[in-house]
Design a protein around this ligand. Structure first.
Ligand code: NAP
Ligand code: MG
Length: 400
């Protein structure tokens, strides 16, 4: 069989167990069938340290230039990692660096299989969470009020000033100052509308504008304006909708829904809800993640980390049962996007077939330990990572 050809994508290698799985996926599931055309960036911690993290910036620039990237999980160094790897510095999180470079929004979607049903009975289709990863309490100024005194909200601009009393404290308390920027909210809104359009799913956005009459109201108005001016027509053509509702109403509706939509959330809401939704769908190992920039660059990865605990066992010679699904789906996501952008039906078709081979393998009962613990309906064979990938390869070969 002749191998499929493709235009280049940016490939970002990573650390620990996921680095081992990365190579396994390429060797067994991709290279035999596709003439992999990637610009390779080694974001493994040793190379980030050796290049003073320049490799992360180069990789982000490549993602921008090529429009499609696939990334392996990477270590975000903390003090313990600085010692473990003898690092020159506690380098920043590569994901934060890439997100900033692309001004992007992260979309997390669970991979659903017939053998693991969500905790919420009504959920039939995945729910994608989009979190606005900028500002609010994550960049807040805070003050522990020691005792009686007046707290004031003050703004001094170019010829404009504003002052208001927040609270006249009669005792000790706490104080917090939040901010966000129109430009960041606009970029978030555009990413969300563009993503919903790309996956042809309705977009929900929720906040608390009835209580937060300036702050959350601004989010609501910006979303509505961008929808009306830039996306309404395209949404109607695609047969999808934009829907705003209050955050508490949204939570109730999400639980009663059957899924199949993108839910955009402010920073804190997204932080909390993404963990709740991913847990309710099953295993962290089944969450995929896409970083999308407002101008349409896509970077695909697994939502989980480098699975350190499994890696230490692997180093001792154990064949671990680490689930490669989210990493495989990061690759299929990137290949399908490359195919879509270039009008290559063959590449999209390969991505579809590889995903189907994975899902059918799990459907047949062959799965890694994390899923085996949750699986229902019929026999289960707990496979290690290598056995699972071999089973997927066998199925894939049958369909090609
Ligand atoms: P983690 O790698 O996601 O793993 C946490 C636990 O979740 C694992 O010990 C394992 O549980 C389970 N798990 C996660 N992925 C799995 C998979 N594919 N198959 C089976 N089980 C899986 O999180 P962490 O241990 O907190 O972080 C490890 C490193 O990853 C850290 O250095 C962190 O900085 C980095 N990290 C990177 C990213 C990223 O690059 N996007 C994201 C998060 C964390 P059991 O041990 O119970 O089997
Ligand atoms: Mg969280």
């Amino acid at each position: 069989m002749e191998k499929l050809r493709m235009n280049p994508i940016a490939e970002m290698d990573g650390d620990e167990m996921t680095r081992v799985i990365w190579k396994l996926i390429k060797d067994e599931l991709l290279s035999p069938f596709v003439e992999l055309n990637t610009e390779y960036y080694d974001l493994g911690l040793p190379n980030r340290d050796a290049t003073e993290d320049q490799v992360t910036l180069d990789a982000a620039a490549a993602a921008r230039r090529l429009g499609v990237a696939v990334k392996c999980a990477t270590i975000t160094p903390n003090l313990q990692r600085v010692e473990e790897y003898g690092l020159k510095k506690m380098w920043k999180s590569p994901n934060a660096t890439i997100r900033a470079a692309l001004d992007g929004t992260v979309f997390r979607t669970p991979i659903m299989t017939a053998r693991v049903s969500p905790n919420v009975k009504t959920w039939k289709k995945p729910i994608t969470i989009a979190r606005h990863a900028y500002g609010d309490i994550y960049k807040a100024a805070e003050y522990r009020v020691p005792g009686p005194g007046k707290a004031r909200l003050v703004f001094e601009g170019n010829g404009v000033s504003y002052e208001d009393t927040i609270y006249d404290f009669e005792c000790a308390g706490v104080l917090q100052g939040l901010y966000n920027k129109d430009s960041s909210i606009e970029a978030f809104a555009r990413s969300c509308f563009a993503y919903a359009l790309a996956v042809r799913q309705p977009l929900w956005f929720s906040a608390k504008d009835t209580i937060s009459k300036r702050y959350d109201q601004t989010f609501k108005l910006i979303f509505q304006r961008i929808y009306d001016e830039e996306y309404r027509e395209k949404f109607e053509e695609a047969g999808i909708s934009y829907f705003y509702t209050l955050i508490d109403d949204a939570v109730a509706r999400v639980i009663r829904s059957e899924g199949g939509f993108v839910w955009a959330l402010k920073n804190y809401d997204g932080d909390v809800m993404s963990d709740m939704v991913s847990t309710a769908f099953g295993s962290l190992a089944m969450m995929t993640s896409v970083l999308m920039s407002p101008d349409g660059c896509f970077e695909y990865e697994a939502a989980h980390g480098t699975v350190t605990k499994h890696y230490y066992r692997y180093l001792k010679g154990e064949k671990t049962s680490t689930n490669p699904m989210a990493t495989i789906f990061a690759w299929t996501g990137a290949l399908r996007k490359r195919g879509e952008l270039d009008g290559s039906g063959a590449l999209c078709g390969f991505a579809d077939k590889l995903e189907k081979a994975c899902l059918d393998t799990i459907g047949s009962g062959v799965m890694t330990g994390d899923l085996a613990a949750l699986a229902e309906g019929g026999d289960v064979v707990k496979a290690d990572t290598w056995e699972f990938v071999a089973a997927v390869r066998k199925r894939l070969e049958e369909t090609l």
